[in-house]
Ligand binder design. Structure first.
Ligand SMILES: Cc1cc2nc3c(=O)[nH]c(=O)nc-3n(C[C@H](O)[C@H](O)[C@H](O)COP(=O)(O)OP(=O)(O)OC[C@H]3O[C@@H](n4cnc5c(N)ncnc54)[C@H](O)[C@@H]3O)c2cc1C
Length: 470
């Protein structure tokens, strides 16, 4: 097991070898590395890598990893850098391997409904390629500049999880490079597989700590008919969240159900001028639906309206035009960016059983008030995932107190049957709280799994858990 002092520095000889592998243009040093020191997390620890390399093929990745492994140099894989837990921060320095130039869509197989892509393909590029063939990659994890390599590595979720699940549910197979430079393939273009341990699913969500993903096979589905959205205001969040099980019990499976509060909608209005109709209510459900026809959509939305009205909703907004629909999504998609205008001291991405959302939020807000902290929040009502942004406008909370408050909130989430991260991963910023959700025996087993892939501990060290921790 390597500790920080045992990792070696990147020497001029290593730089020369990297240049030989990928060419001078794709080896970045000095100031050019600065943009690779963090991701999109608001309160971020930053570390500038010693060198950044941008390979274009799997063979180059294998040669780089072999070199790093032999030299005991830490390696951090990086996709679009849109992560929200510091997963790409090179805490121990070393080499950042940016997959940005491995961005080819290798195949869209419309007989088997499978897209095979390199890891640097962005979500936006994938959507365009498959939709032009009448196929659909239905997941929408918020940020379309994210890469598929990053999505798989964080097991990204997003707004369409009720109907479609999360990234791991769409990964059929992978090609990965192990730290020593060996290349392995997992899975394939099939649904069933009962042939040994399931490595595809182990690698999904492994946050670059086991191997580098160099090719991904993704399941596709047919393009849905109509996609519509409803915005339903409620007098308070509790009524809004309580309507969700009733909608699902009625046999309706929306693509997603998002919840939002007036405070955030007002923030978006203040900075962008965008607003949702009926914005003077306290809480909203934004329900995304797919339907085969206008009649089917009207029937489903009528049933949802009736259910919600019985639970306190007094109105319903169905955008009549594509523009109005787009506007609703844009307001929702602005939340993260708008929150960068506040004095955010940290964020959480907790998931709890969906019936516990309000309880978690209310109790967290009570605890936060003791520290002069307010919590602005939004999330996925259908799947219990909450995004909490802790704001301390006075700037009077210490780092120790911040950690103490987060610990209390995570303990609360775990006590309600939830866990630390629903979709962003533990990365760097949430790893310290992992023991609250997993006992020592489990973390020890994960360490042994990590060492089976990465005996020298070079892969994204300092993420998820420490190898030499208690
Ligand atoms: C505005 C905004 C909205 C967002 N909304 C959502 C949302 O709704 N749902 C959601 O789940 N996330 C969301 N995110 C977070 C982010 O987009 C996801 O975590 C995404 O999966 C990160 O992809 P990336 O390519 O940017 O990965 P990066 O940030 O570059 O990397 C993330 C992790 O994956 C590892 N990694 C990257 N590529 C590889 C590879 N090829 N092989 C091995 N490891 C690799 C990295 O080492 C790191 O640990 C949002 C982010 C922003 C900024």
């Amino acid at each position: 097991v390597k500790t920080r002092s045992e990792y070696r520095k990147v020497t001029p000889e290593i730089i020369s070898s990297l240049v030989e592998i990928v060419g001078e243009k794709d080896v970045l040093t000095g100031d050019k590395c600065f943009n690779y020191s963090k991701d999109e997390e608001i309160v971020a620890e930053t570390h500038v890598p010693e060198v950044v390399v941008r390979p274009k093929d799997t063979a180059s990745v294998a040669r780089i990893l072999k070199l790093a492994d032999e030299g005991c140099i830490p390696v951090v894989p990086r996709g679009g850098g849109t992560g929200l837990s510091g997963g790409v921060v090179p805490v121990h320095g070393g080499i950042v391997i940016s997959l940005e130039k491995m961005n080819k869509i290798l195949e869209v197989d419309d007989d088997n409904f499978v897209a095979t892509v390199q890891p640097g393909v962005t979500l936006a590029e994938l959507y365009e390629a498959v939709e032009s063939r009448g196929l659909y990659y239905p997941l929408f994890p918020g940020e379309t500049n994210a890469t598929l390599g990053g999505n798989v590595s964080t097991n990204a979720g997003g707004m369409r999880a009720i109907k479609y699940g999360v990234t791991r549910n769409f990964v059929l197979g992978l090609e990965v490079v192990l730290p020593g430079g060996d290349i392995i393939r997992t899975g394939g273009k099939y649904v069933k597989c009962s042939t040994g341990y399931e490595l595809t699913q182990l690698l999904a969500g492994s946050e670059g700590t086991l191997a580098i993903i160099t090719e991904i096979m993704l399941r596709l589905v047919p393009l849905p008919g109509k996609r519509e959205v409803l915005c339903i205001p409620f007098p308070n969040l509790s009524d809004a969240i309580n309507a969700v099980p009733a909608i699902l019990k009625d046999g309706i499976i929306p693509v997603g159900i998002e919840w939002m509060e007036k405070s955030l909608i007002d923030l978006v209005k203040r900075f962008t001028g965008k607003e949702v109709p009926l914005r003077d209510y306290e809480a909203f459900l934004m329900i995304i639906l797919e339907a085969g026809s206008e009649e089917e959509f009207l029937s489903i939305s009528g049933r949802i309206e009736e259910t919600c009205r019985k639970r306190g909703a007094t109105d319903i907004f169905i955008p009549g035009t594509e523009r109005a629909k787009r506007n609703l999504f844009e307001v929702r998609e602005q939340f993260h960016t708008m929150l960068t205008h506040c004095n955010v001291i940290g964020t959480a991405d907790i998931v709890v059983p969906r019936s516990c959302i309000v309880q978690l939020l209310e109790k967290s807000r009570e605890k936060a008030a003791d520290y002069d902290v307010i919590i602005l929040a939004f999330g996925h009502a259908g799947d219990g995932n909450l995004h909490l942004y802790l704001v301390n406008e006075e700037g009077n909370i210490s780092q120790e107190q911040t950690k103490e408050l987060f610990k209390k909130i995570y303990e609360l989430g775990v006590s309600l049957g939830g866990t630390i991260s629903g979709e962003h991963g533990l990365g760097l910023s949430k790893k310290g709280y992992f023991p609250l959700a997993a006992d020592k025996e489990k973390i020890d087993l994960l360490r042994r799994v990590k060492l089976a892939f990465d005996p020298n501990g070079i892969m994204n060290p300092g993420k998820i858990f420490d190898l030499d921790g208690d």
